[in-house]
Design a binder for this molecule. Structure first.
Ligand SMILES: [Zn+2]
Length: 138
């Protein structure tokens, strides 16, 4: 089975050391994720690619206990659905990233989290679609 990313330009792929792909404003330095073509703070259109740190701290979260409405949700439903966490990870005081979390329970504010790539679903061609998530650092 081939593995494919959920979308192009979100994380480095393929990679043994995956990183989220953000952008940094050349004029004022603000970092965004996902990458943007113009700065949300100063409106400059000079944005450079910026790979985000792999580790950060859990800033806020909730749990998804049932399958979200589809579309846009395209993951497992019914008996195949497994609850997951959704939260924000603060990366090096640069940016907060909204993300899936590998755990739905046992989370606490400020805990160390790291980026991982996880299976999300199987597409119509039989490929394993991979998305990003953050897991507690063990
Ligand atoms: Zn700017």
């Amino acid at each position: 089975m081939a593995r494919v990313p959920v979308a192009a330009g979100i994380f480095t792929w393929p990679s043994d050391d995956p990183r989220l792909i953000g952008s940094r404003c050349v004029a004022c330095g603000i970092v965004t994720f996902p990458a943007q073509g113009s700065c949300p703070r100063c409106a400059s259109t000079e944005m450079s690619e910026h790979l985000l740190p792999r580790r950060g701290r859990l800033w806020a979260w909730t749990t998804q206990e049932f399958a979200p409405p589809s579309p846009p949700y395209a993951g497992p439903t019914g008996d195949a659905f497994v609850p997951f966490g959704v939260g924000y990870i603060e990366l090096a005081d640069e940016v907060k990233v909204e993300t899936r979390l590998t755990e739905a329970h046992g989370l606490r504010t400020g805990m160390d989290m790291e980026l991982v790539l996880v299976p999300f679903r199987t597409d119509g061609d039989g490929n394993e679609v991979v998305t990003f998530a953050f897991q507690p650092v063990r």
